[in-house]
Design a binder for this molecule. Structure first.
Ligand code: 8YV
Length: 317
C-alpha cells in the first residue's frame, strides 16, 4: 500500500519509536492540529499520546472518524460521551500499568518520608563535610497508616505495597472492595476518617467531576500536620493553590507529586520553590516494559477500530 492509501490517523507527537515501529506500513500519521485543516476529511483515526484535548468540536472535524485510541488509561482529556454520541469508540490501556504506577507512588512516599532527594543534594554539596546523626530526620514508613483514595487496580497495587511495608491500610472508594479487605487487610473508611487518621494519603482515583479538587483547603485542613500527600492520579484532583498554601504554612508536612495542574507548572510557580515537595514529571508508568505494553495495546485498539472491529479495551461512558 502506498502512504496515500493507508488510513490517516492524527496524533500528537513526537510518537515513541515503538509506536511508529508497530504501525509501520499500516498507518499514515498526520500531525496534530488544534484547528481544522483540509486533511481532516481523510482522517479516520485519532491517537492521543500526551493528553491533547479531544472534545465534540474536534471530533466533528473528521466526518470519517472510526476510532480514538489513547496511549494510557486515564481519559479525562477526552470527552467520552461526545465520542459515544458520534458512535466513535474510544480505546485505552487498563490493567498493564498498575504495578509501575503503584511503584512510583511508593517511590515518592519513601523519597519524601526519608528525604531522599534532599539527602542526595546534601551528599553532593560542598556543605557535606561531616556526618551528623542529628540531621535530616525523616518519618517512619513501616507501622504508619496509609490512606488510599481510589481503590481501583492501581489503588489495590498500592495497598499490597503498603501491606508489604507493614502499614495499616485505609481506603476510600465509591464502593467497598470486600475482596481487597479480605486479601490485604485494608479497612474501608469515610473520606474524613481517612484524612484524619492517615500519615500518608495517596491519591489513586481517576479524575472525574466528583474528584476534581477533592484535595482542597477544607480537606487539607483535616489531615495531620505531620501527614504527607502523594498524588499519582491527576493534577486536577488537587487544588494547586490550596496545596501550595498548606505546604508553605506547614499545615501538612510534605507532598510527593507525579502529576500537577497545570502540567507542567509554570517554571516560576512558587510550589517549585518549596523544599517540602518532591515532584517528578508524570513518570507513573514510565518503565521500558510498561510503556512498551501501552504502545502495543494502544496500537491494537487503533488498528481494530480502523478495521471496524471491536477494540480490545473500549472506554464506556
Ligand atoms: C501515561 C497516565 O503515561 O495512563 C495514564 O493515565 O497518566 C500515564 O501512565 C500517559 O497517559 C501517557 O501520556
Amino acid at each position: 500500500m502506498t502512504a496515500q492509501s493507508l488510513p490517516r490517523v492524527m496524533a500528537d507527537g513526537p510518537l515513541a519509536p515503538i509506536v511508529l515501529e508497530l504501525t509501520a506500513g499500516q498507518v499514515d500519521w498526520v500531525p496534530w492540529s488544534a484547528a481544522a485543516t483540509p486533511a481532516d476529511r481523510d482522517v479516520v483515526g485519532v491517537y492521543t499520546y500526551g493528553h491533547p484535548r479531544v472534545d465534540g468540536p474536534l471530533l466533528d472535524r473528521f466526518p470519517q472518524l472510526r476510532v480514538v485510541s489513547n496511549y494510557g488509561v486515564g481519559v479525562d482529556h477526552i470527552d467520552v460521551p461526545a465520542a459515544m454520541t458520534r458512535k466513535v469508540p474510544v480505546g485505552n490501556t487498563p490493567g498493564i500499568l498498575d504495578g509501575a504506577t503503584a511503584d512510583m507512588g511508593f517511590a515518592l512516599l519513601l523519597a519524601v518520608a526519608r528525604r531522599v532527594v534532599e539527602g542526595d543534594r546534601h551528599a553532593r554539596s560542598a556543605e557535606f563535610t561531616r556526618y551528623d546523626p542529628g540531621y535530616m530526620l525523616g518519618s517512619e514508613v513501616h507501622g504508619a497508616t496509609l490512606g488510599i483514595i481510589g481503590m481501583g487496580r492501581i489503588g489495590a497495587q498500592v495497598a499490597q505495597r503498603g501491606r508489604g511495608f507493614d502499614m495499616r491500610v485505609l481506603y476510600h472508594n465509591r464502593s467497598r472492595r470486600p475482596e481487597i479487605e479480605a486479601k490485604l487487610g485494608a479497612e474501608y473508611a469515610a473520606l474524613d476518617t481517612l484524612l484524619v487518621e492517615s500519615d500518608y494519603v495517596m491519591l489513586c482515583c481517576p479524575m472525574t467531576d466528583n474528584t476534581r479538587s477533592l484535595i482542597n483547603r477544607t480537606t487539607l485542613a483535616k489531615m495531620k500536620s505531620t501527614a504527607v500527600l502523594i498524588n499519582i492520579a491527576r493534577g486536577g484532583v488537587v487544588d494547586t493553590q490550596d496545596l501550595y498554601e498548606a505546604l508553605a504554612t506547614k499545615r501538612i508536612a510534605a507532598a510527593g507529586l507525579d502529576v500537577t495542574e497545570p502540567e507542567p507548572l509554570p517554571r516560576e510557580h512558587p510550589l517549585l520553590k518549596l523544599d517540602n515537595v518532591t515532584i517528578v514529571p508524570h513518570l507513573g508508568s514510565a518503565t521500558r516494559q510498561t510503556r512498551r505494553r501501552m504502545a502495543e495495546l494502544s496500537v491494537e485498539n487503533l488498528l481494530a477500530g480502523l478495521a471496524g472491529k471491536p477494540l480490545l479495551h473500549e472506554v464506556r461512558g
